[in-house]
Design a protein around this ligand. Structure first.
Ligand SMILES: Nc1ncnc2c1ncn2[C@@H]1O[C@H](COP(=O)(O)OP(=O)(O)OP(=O)(O)O)[C@@H](O)[C@H]1O
Length: 301
């Protein structure tokens, strides 16, 4: 795998102090030559997001390497979810949101006219904070997306083509549930309503549903925050395994979780600024910024 570096960045708001005399510019200069393993899967450059007059995300430049876990951490309201949503243009659904700057997926600009948003969100899937399975059977939760995208032929089309889509669907359901470490728990009740599953099982079903359309990136917004410690630990193991094949970007409030499961960590601080981005070990053991250290050691946030 080749090494990629951060793009040079400029900071238009460099006089903001992060802590005693330390400016954001000084902190950023210290980590912009950070090198990580792997090709960049997603790159944002000079990304600004506004909600009406509220400037929620400021000039964020970052490269997210493929097949790894990138954690986004920082205090409430610092723009983590906003940044996550900008990676598959989910902010487009918010009427007041406006995005300036660039996000590239596999080197292709996603903020340009003519981008197929359905295809983009299929390749860059999302799992939300609260498990949100459809009020349908476990089986239908998995097959819904692939049928919609035409990855499984519909019954009529399959029959016209002289094929049976049943086997194809069964295979996909089993594969997706296995990947999400849920198969053994639900194999004998695929026709049961998904809402009858526990919270942790529902969240793994949502991950299976995301996987069923064959994404390359999985964006996760606090996927374990509504779960108990055992369910959380299963989700963490799953995320770790998924990173062998997928690029995972996860927002978490849980510092220990970020330290346990991520390869690199981006720290956002109040005001919508990305302050530091580096190997997770470096961020947690020896961050450049005093303010980041204060945040991760719980002195504020
Ligand atoms: N849909 C929205 N409409 C208007 N303002 C929004 C919207 N979503 C977020 N914001 C504002 O943008 C800023 C960043 O919010 P965001 O949810 O991205 O932060 P966050 O770091 O993910 O917070 P939290 O950790 O509390 O989830 C906040 O000031 C928030 O009020």
């Amino acid at each position: 795998m080749s090494e990629t570096t951060h793009s040079e960045r400029t900071d238009t708001d460099s006089t903001i102090e992060t802590t005693a005399g330390e400016t954001i510019e000084q902190v950023q200069e210290s980590w912009t030559d950070y090198k990580f393993q792997g090709e960049a899967k997603l790159t944002s450059e000079g990304l600004d997001v506004y909600y009406g007059d509220d400037h929620a995300l400021k000039d964020v430049t970052i490269e997210i390497p493929e097949k790894s876990v990138t954690a986004l951490i920082g205090p409430s309201g610092c723009g983590k979810s906003t940044f996550l949503r900008s990676l598959n243009r989910m902010n487009d659904r918010i009427r007041s949101a406006r995005v300036d700057g660039s996000v590239q997926f596999d080197g292709k600009e996603i903020y340009q006219e003519g981008i197929d948003l359905v295809e983009l969100r299929k390749r860059v899937g999302m799992v939300f904070q609260s498990p949100n399975p459809f009020p349908k059977s476990i089986h239908e939760n998995i097959t819904y997306g692939p049928r919609k995208h035409g990855d499984i032929e519909t019954g009529l089309l399959a029959r016209l083509l002289g094929r049976d889509d049943w086997d194809e669907a069964e295979e996909l359901v089993e594969q997706s549930l296995r990947q999400a470490a849920l198969w053994d728990e639900v194999a004998d009740r695929l026709d049961d309503n998904a809402l009858g599953l526990s919270g942790g099982q529902q969240q793994r079903l949502c991950i299976a549903r995301c996987l069923s359309v064959d994404p390359e990136v999985i964006l996760m917004d606090e996927p374990a925050s509504a779960l108990d410690p055992i369910a959380t630990s299963k989700i963490e193991d799953l995320i770790h395994d998924l990173a062998e094949d997928y690029t995972v970007v996860i927002v978490t409030h849980n510092m220990q979780q970020a330290a346990r499961i991520s390869d690199q960590t981006a720290v956002f601080l109040t005001g919508g600024k990305l302050v530091e981005y580096d190997d997770t070990d470096k961020i947690f053991e020896n961050p450049e910024s005093q303010r980041v250290e204060d945040y991760i050691t719980g002195k504020f946030g």
